[in-house]
Ligand binder design. Structure first.
Ligand code: AMP
Ligand code: ZN
Ligand code: FE
Ligand code: FE
Length: 284
């Protein structure tokens, strides 16, 4: 069984539509794929309707979280799986983050404009096509202008990595955890050791998250140095957390392939028997 629990579609900053992503998942030899777009469940319906034979879909989302308990605050991504997408308090938090992402994109466009770079908010909106707006959408605009060659280059400090980067309002991570659990889902801390992305989550904070109901940690991820994958595993064992591995596929917005990292079937079965919000969906 090949299981990839972290992918993005055009419902956020991936480049495959949810339908195309399901077909790609089969082509990549996956048996189970989770759709985890940033701060939205908008792709669930189209992905579900397009499920090929032999593929099981785990409906999820990647929440933009932040720990506000210290200085500096810590940004982190929380993968939420199999939760009830109609749970009002969670729906409201996700809508708020998406609004904040749109405001941020407007601000970043203004910063670029001030330096004579003529990207427009309309263009970014058109390319996001109703999906959650993210920096990769701005990266694509810079590529179309010939200002950078790749999305990776657009994420360097000279561009969207720092100079033209603005903060967004994220969900308090303890609130996010509570809401996902209340909605019958399970939470996995995404890429906690992704230093390159400014996403190193201190072990002490992970211990607090575990005590507050975190279910697992994503250990095997492209942005984790090999030693950090082992560190995440050891920490998970000490804290009684499960360990996942996944690609964080974004279509052509990232170089990683679907199924580049996978999750142990026993961990997946544990997830399915724990969650109560929504069931995995098997293709016809
Ligand atoms: P945002 O959520 O708008 O802050 O943008 C961050 C998103 O861009 C994350 O989902 C990352 O997967 C993606 N991202 C971050 N760094 C890179 C990079 N160097 N190349 C491609 N995508 C990236
Ligand atoms: Zn992304
Ligand atoms: Fe992430
Ligand atoms: Fe992701």
């Amino acid at each position: 069984m090949r299981i990839d629990l972290h992918t993005h579609s055009t419902a956020s900053d991936g480049t495959d539509s949810p339908q195309a992503l399901m077909a790609e998942a089969v082509a990549a030899g996956l048996d189970v794929v989770a759709l985890t777009d940033h701060d939205t469940t908008a792709g669930w319906e189209t992905a579900s309707a397009a499920l090929p034979t032999g593929l099981t879909l785990v409906r999820g989302a990647e929440l933009s979280g932040r720990w506000y308990g210290g200085e500096p605050t810590v940004g982190l991504h929380l993968l939420a799986y199999l939760f009830d997408p109609g749970y009002g308090p969670l729906v409201a938090e996700l809508a708020e983050v998406r609004r904040s992402r749109e405001h941020r994109a407007e601000g970043m466009v203004a910063l670029l404009n001030a330096d004579g770079i003529d990207v427009t908010v309309t263009e970014i909106r058109e390319h996001a096509a109703g999906g959650t707006v993210g920096r990769p959408h701005l990266a694509q605009a810079l590529i179309r202008r010939g200002l950078v060659a790749t999305v990776d280059e657009a994420f360097t400090p000279e561009w969207l990595g720092s100079r033209y980067r603005l903060a967004k309002t994220d969900i308090d991570v303890f609130t996010a955890l509570r809401l996902v659990n209340e909605a019958g889902g399970v939470s996995v801390l995404a890429h906690p050791r992704a230093a390159r992305r400014g996403h190193i989550v201190p072990d002490t904070l992970i211990a607090e998250l575990a005590a507050a109901g975190l279910w697992g940690i994503e250990a095997d991820h492209m942005d984790h140095p090999v030693a950090d994958r082992a560190h995440a595993r050891d920490l998970a064992r000490d804290l009684g957390l499960r360990v996942t591995g996944s690609s964080d596929y974004h279509g052509t917005n990232k170089t990683v392939r679907l199924g580049a990292f996978t999750t142990d079937p026993l961990v997946y079965e544990d997830m399915v028997s724990t969650a109560t919000g929504t069931a995995p969906l098997a293709g016809p």
